[in-house]
Design a protein around this ligand. Structure first.
Ligand code: DLL
Length: 432
């Protein structure tokens, strides 16, 4: 039993009353302290007294990445700068970088939610946690570090990169839990095997993987290769970093730390609120943050919220694994395609590895979807005819699942560039 059980297994009424109180406080707080929010509210004739409970959440204006850019760097900070103890930044794939600012209390809250995420997968003070998320402006490394340390676990702050050294630490220091992106886990596995090690040389029992979309099939692959439990953890810099939501041992949806981050799902087109079990964009309001609270922040991540009787006893609302982002969605000849759907199809084939790249071109006004995927060593040494026949089968599977044709090319093992952090899956040449 952990000290967080009370909040994590609160009744619906208890949770709702915490959320109502914290929401009302947060709205008053930002209205008083952040001129940008005050103006946004007054522009629609909305005042703090109009927000009495979570039922009124929908009245509040959304906040988007553009708001963060427009107010860069400190426009949404709600305290004097001398109360800010930490800055993180996210480069973003497009446009200007955004920065996020934390007070001491925010760092404590973040450490708590991250500790809760580790506790959810039964990590405790006896564990050695190998943190291979990048340390620095990216929130992954320090977020996981503070959480694991709060639990009393032994932390190896190795950060990303230098994979040979990572493998030495895994084999020498015998960490039991690893935190990194799922794609980097697979890369570390390859490096480990290439260096002549076997699973007997490591002691990992679980990994807490996130920061990029990954499919259920990718989970199976990691669990099969490494003989560990692979858990999903979700978060974003704007809201805090990792620790917004994470899986428990049930591996069936991510419990949201909803006492700190109030979730909603909205329609991706008209942004109207949707109910439980309806898929859309997940929006968060931070209800415990002091340095830079965010009201109805549009994440662009697509998922749904649901409740179940979780075997772990937690009552926290769950979100499904994020299948993609509204801005990750490729529209190929009018059909909406998410990279994770392609990944799912590819990983149905045992001769393939989870290393793939999606390259979209426009040739003679027509979108062409190319999928490059690495085959495994066995297939690579096989006859060309077999490879061609497999390419055909994959093309057929993509067509039947996604309803579009694709040019599938099987490439040599280890020929697709590896990333130490978030994998680069899509190259869309149409924009160039
Ligand atoms: O990636 C924070 C993080 C670090 C989460 C480590 C989990 C583990 P950003 O760099 O701001 O923050 O990127 C946030 O990454 O909006 C999602 O699109 C994506 N993302 C994060 N976790 C997951 C996940 C960190 N488990 C953006 N599944 C988010 C799918 C994820 N996508």
């Amino acid at each position: 039993m952990s000290i967080w059980d009370k909040i994590e297994s609160a009744s619906a009424d208890e949770m709702r009353s915490i959320q109502d109180k914290r929401l009302v406080e947060t709205v008053e707080y930002v209205y008083d302290r952040v001129p940008y929010y005050r103006k946004k509210m007054e522009d629609i004739d909305l005042y703090p007294e109009d927000i009495k409970s979570c039922d009124d959440l929908y009245k509040l204006p959304f906040t988007t990445k553009d708001d963060l850019r427009d107010t860069y760097p400190y426009g949404l900070v709600a305290v004097d700068l001398d109360e800010i103890v930490r800055i993180h930044a996210s480069s973003g794939t497009t446009g200007k970088r955004i920065v996020v600012a934390y007070t001491k209390e925010d760092i404590d809250t973040w450490s708590d939610v991250m500790a809760r995420c580790f506790a959810r997968i039964e990590t405790d003070s006896k564990d050695i946690v190998h943190v291979a998320y990048g340390y620095g402006l990216f929130t992954g490394g320090l977020g996981a570090h503070y959480g694991a340390e709060k639990l009393g676990a032994t932390v190896i702050p190795i950060s990303g990169g230098n994979s040979r050294r990572q493998v030495e630490f895994l084999t020498d220091l015998k960490p039991t839990v690893i935190a990194c992106t799922p794609s980097y886990m697979l890369h570390l596995y390859e490096v480990m095997i290439d260096a002549g090690y076997t699973l007997d040389d490591i002691s990992l029992k679980a990994g807490i993987f996130g920061a990029e979309p990954w499919s259920e099939n990718m989970r199976k692959e990691i669990e099969r290769l490494l003989k560990i439990k692979a858990y999903d953890i979700y978060g974003l810099s704007e809201i805090t970093g990792p620790g917004v939501a994470s899986e428990c041992i049930a591996q069936n949806g991510l419990h949201i730390n909803e006492d700190c981050y109030l979730p909603e799902i909205v329609d991706v087109i008209d942004h109207k609120p949707l109910g439980l079990n309806e898929q859309g964009e997940i929006v968060f309001t931070t209800i415990k943050k002091k340095g830079m609270p965010l009201i109805r922040y549009r994440t662009k991540d697509i998922t749904k919220l649901f409740k179940d009787d979780c075997i772990c006893g937690r009552t926290l609302v769950k979100m499904e694994r994020v299948t993609g982002r509204t801005d990750d969605m490729l529209i190929i000849r009018g059909v909406n395609v998410f990279p994770s759907q392609i990944e799912s199809v590819l990983l149905e084939f045992s001769q393939l590895t989870p290393n793939y790249q999606i390259i979209v071109d426009r040739i003679n006004m027509m979108d062409v979807l190319n999928i490059h995927v690495e085959m495994n060593e066995n297939l690579f040494t096989d006859e060309v005819k077999k490879i061609e026949s497999l390419e055909k089968s994959i093309t057929g599977a993509i067509e039947s699942v996604l309803g579009i044709s694709a040019k599938v090319k099987l490439v040599e093992p280890k020929s697709i560039e590896r990333s130490e952090g978030k994998a680069v899956r899509i190259i869309d040449r149409r924009k160039i």
